[in-house]
Design a protein around this ligand. Structure first.
Ligand code: COA
Length: 152
């Protein structure tokens, strides 16, 4: 987790890297757990994570009048990029989501400059809803509604 959050490459389109010492201090010694938070493992080592969080009404980009949509997030360590792991892990997480909250759409927000992330989104079957400016960059906001066919 510390490698992930302190990596400048990982942070390129998501607000940058966090200082390692700060993460060292903040990271609990015992890993916690919550529903909708997945750690991805390859050969016994952690390579990334997939998360579902609720999208706050204060942000632009919504598909429900009351906001609070389930939003997919993903981050992988650079040595594991380009092998299809993010797509595979997110597809499995989306299947889990559909089984626990059937009928609920899932939204996703990424910088339009983040080509790898937009490729993952397209492969998972997300379609564009709108684009807007936030955090000083153009953002792509998409949805995968329960009826959208998967292209993977
Ligand atoms: C986004 C991320 C998770 C993708 O991980 P990954 O394991 O490489 O994803 P996959 O291998 O499943 O798919 C990557 C796709 O992007 C493409 N890609 C990779 N680098 C690219 C680039 N520079 N330009 C365009 N496409 C690129 C790959 O070819 C692949 O598409 P394809 O299967 O159609 O060929 C990874 O880059 C990452 O962790 N980035 C940092 C964190 C981040 O930005 N998360 C997303 C926040 S919205």
């Amino acid at each position: 987790m510390i490698d992930l959050f302190s990596s400048p490459e990982v942070g390129t389109y998501i607000g940058g890297a966090q200082p390692r010492e700060q993460l060292d201090r903040a990271m609990p010694s015992t890993p916690g757990q919550r529903e909708g938070f997945f750690v991805v493992e390859l050969g016994g080592a952690m390579i990334g994570m997939v998360t579902f969080d609720r999208r706050d009404a204060q942000h632009p980009g919504h598909v429900r009048p009351d906001a609070d949509e389930a939003q997919l997030g993903y981050m992988f360590l650079p040595h594991a990029w380009g092998c299809g792991y993010a797509t595979e892990a997110c597809a499995a997480a989306m299947r889990w989501f559909a089984s626990v909250l059937p009928g609920e759409p899932v939204v996703l927000c990424a910088q339009t400059a983040n080509d790898p992330s937009l490729r993952v989104a397209a492969k998972l079957g997300f379609t564009e809803v709108e684009r807007f400016e936030e955090y000083g960059a153009e953002q792509w906001f998409g949805v995968r509604s329960p009826t959208t066919p998967r292209t993977t």
